[in-house]
Design a protein around this ligand. Structure first.
Ligand code: ZN
Length: 308
């Protein structure tokens, strides 16, 4: 169950304080109008995410699902279309199926497997087995693993054809949201650097979802000349120091960053990266500390909800 929190400048407020918050936020938003800061949206009385709005809503929802050490982002468009980017590791299969049901998802219009590492595609086979899927995108790189083999089996059982994830694609998802794939720019033998990277633009708001793209891919994206600026950034490769180079961070220049990380032996996220983000004044959210993180956009402002 997701508690709805609102991120006000500097402090986290819980839904229990909703009444107080509503009053204070109205005042705050009056005094802050013009600032691209979160807005408190009063939505019924429950402290769990409501799914009835799936068919129509006036916001873009980007949900960074807590899948432990791994990554998964569920996106729901203003007109209720769905996209799933990655699905956590093999041990998260049932968790993923349960999450999607919990969010009221019956069909995934677009599925993206950013790259064939288990912590991204491990849960994807079961997801594909259990839900209707429109299109699936993956980069042209294989992994010699059972995990990858099972995924290909699920894809072929469903009669789906994999579309090649690469820079320059515009994905047809929702008329109101521009979805561009901006990496991989070049081919690489390195799976992380073949990560599909997606940029979404809705009104004046933007999201950059980076998979496990590392320095090499970041440099390619910069060289490609694409507009990298995004207010919300998924920190590359779980906060490893192989990613989020200073040059890349400068180009993206985010206000908010999310690190999809769980208990791990790699030392993710690295302190160097946390320091770099903090120095750049970026507000950082982490799945290991805050559970599932949802960042919504109404086209102008962001609302951040965290599980804890
Ligand atoms: Zn990963």
């Amino acid at each position: 169950m997701i508690k709805r929190n609102v991120r006000l400048p500097g402090k986290m407020k819980r839904v229990k304080q909703m009444f107080l918050l509503t009053v204070s936020t109205i005042l705050l938003s009056l005094s802050l109008s013009g600032c691209a800061i979160d807005e408190w949206v009063l939505e019924g009385s429950t402290n769990s995410v409501s799914h009835e709005e799936l068919p129509q809503q006036d916001r873009l929802r980007v949900i960074f699902l807590d899948v432990g050490q791994g990554a998964s982002q569920l996106l729901i468009s203003p007109s209720g279309r769905t996209m799933l980017i990655d699905a956590g590791n093999n041990d998260q299969e049932q968790v993923m199926v349960d999450y999607l049901k919990q969010y009221g998802v019956k069909r995934l219009d677009i599925v993206i497997g950013t790259h064939p590492d288990a912590d991204h595609i491990g849960g994807l086979d079961r997801v594909i087995d259990n839900f209707e899927v429109g299109e699936i995108y993956m980069p042209k790189i294989q992994a010699n693993t059972k995990t990858f083999e099972y995924l290909l089996k699920s894809i072929s059982n469903k009669g789906l054809k994999v579309k090649s994830a690469k820079a320059g694609l515009t994905l047809n998802w929702d008329e109101q949201v521009q979805v561009k794939m901006i990496a991989p720019v070049n081919t690489s033998d390195d799976k992380n650097n073949m990560s599909a990277v997606v940029k979404l633009t809705y009104g004046s708001t933007s999201f950059l979802l980076t998979g496990d793209a590392e320095r090499e891919s970041e440099q390619d994206m910069i060289s490609s000349g694409v507009d990298l600026q995004a207010d919300v950034m998924l920190v590359g490769h779980h906060g490893s120091k192989s990613s989020t180079t200073a040059a890349f961070l400068k180009k993206v220049s985010p206000e908010y960053a999310v690190i999809q990380v769980g208990e791990n032996t790699y030392g993710h996220p690295k302190q160097t990266i946390l320091d770099r983000l903090s120095k750049a004044g970026v507000e950082v959210y982490r799945n290991d500390l805050q559970g599932t993180i949802e960042i919504d956009s109404d086209g102008q402002k962001y609302t951040v909800n965290t599980e804890r």
